[in-house]
Design a protein around this ligand. Structure first.
Ligand SMILES: [Zn+2]
Ligand SMILES: [Zn+2]
Length: 281
């Protein structure tokens, strides 16, 4: 029986369920522990925790930091983060501002290319969520220039396309250190999708404590491979569905088998950290 899902998105980033809705779904499915892990934001955590009061469901405060290396995006999850940590909240607002400025500049470039969309509309499409290229793509579709998100990326806003602009991002090592500093447990997200195993030793040195072995897009071979790597580096084997809301008629929440002992191990690691900190101070 599944009772843990440690990778969930909400409308605070690019998910389509509100935090309350995610909690309702989790309760409906009989889950015991979930983690809210929105991209570069902690905006959904408080609502989810409030919605979970008296529902026999633990909501772990989490995050998924998008980081960049030269040729790929690597995602770092953080669990049991202190959402009041100043360095964390400062960095997140810096990331948010850079998203905002970048989207504004991309709309300007698109206008110069003859694509008639407005920044205001892009912001409306993003709503409460964190502004991203997907919202620009939606505006382009609405205006009738392309039919699908992927076409908007291919023709206009994907990396290497005419209206693409880089944005400020953390490196994977910086993200691991940021999570640690905020009292959290850093975990490499969906390593089979990132396909950058060579980074693992460096990330372990920086403080990485877990590998997301179980994931909705990992097949059995991936699970075996990453379970072995986790053993080798003494990392916690975490997992989650990475549910963003209904997708092609399927909602992923609660569909990935994650051992419930993982939650205990994560909690234990944060305790280690507290005692280490108090020893060093
Ligand atoms: Zn991810
Ligand atoms: Zn995710």
């Amino acid at each position: 029986m599944m009772n843990v899902d440690l990778h969930l998105h909400t409308t605070a980033s690019d998910g389509s369920f509100t935090p309350t809705k995610v909690v309702d779904k989790a309760v409906e499915l009989g889950l015991k522990t979930i983690a809210i892990t929105d991209h570069d934001t902690i905006g959904g955590i408080e609502e989810a925790q409030l919605a979970a009061v008296d529902k026999n469901l633990e909501v772990i405060p989490g995050i998924e930091l998008n980081t960049d290396i030269s040729d790929a995006e690597v995602h770092i999850l953080g669990y049991y983060i202190n959402t009041n940590d100043l360095k964390l909240t400062d960095t997140l607002s810096k990331l948010r501002n850079s998203r905002y400025n970048r989207a504004q500049r991309m709309v300007k470039k698109l206008n110069q290319l003859g694509i008639d969309i407005t920044f205001k509309r892009v912001c409306q499409l993003a709503g409460e969520g964190s502004l991203g290229r997907v919202h620009i793509a939606q505006a382009i579709i609405e205006s009738g220039y392309v039919k699908e998100i992927s076409q908007a990326f291919d023709r206009y806003i994907g990396k290497g396309s005419p209206a693409y602009i880089n944005r400020y991002k953390l490196t994977p090592v910086e993200a691991v250190k940021l999570v640690k500093r905020a009292g959290g447990v850093p975990v490499l997200a969906h390593p089979a999708l990132a396909k950058r195993d060579y980074l693992i030793p460096e990330l372990v040195n920086a403080g990485l404590q877990g590998l997301e072995v179980y994931h909705s897009e990992h097949d059995e071979d991936d699970v075996q491979h990453y379970a072995a790597l986790a053993e080798e580096y003494e990392l916690i084997k975490t997992g989650g569905s990475d549910c963003h809301g209904p997708n092609k008629g399927r909602t992923l929440i609660g569909t990935v088998d994650v051992p419930s002992s993982v939650v205990f191990k994560l909690k234990e690691s944060t305790l280690d950290l507290v005692s280490l900190n108090s020893m060093s101070s």
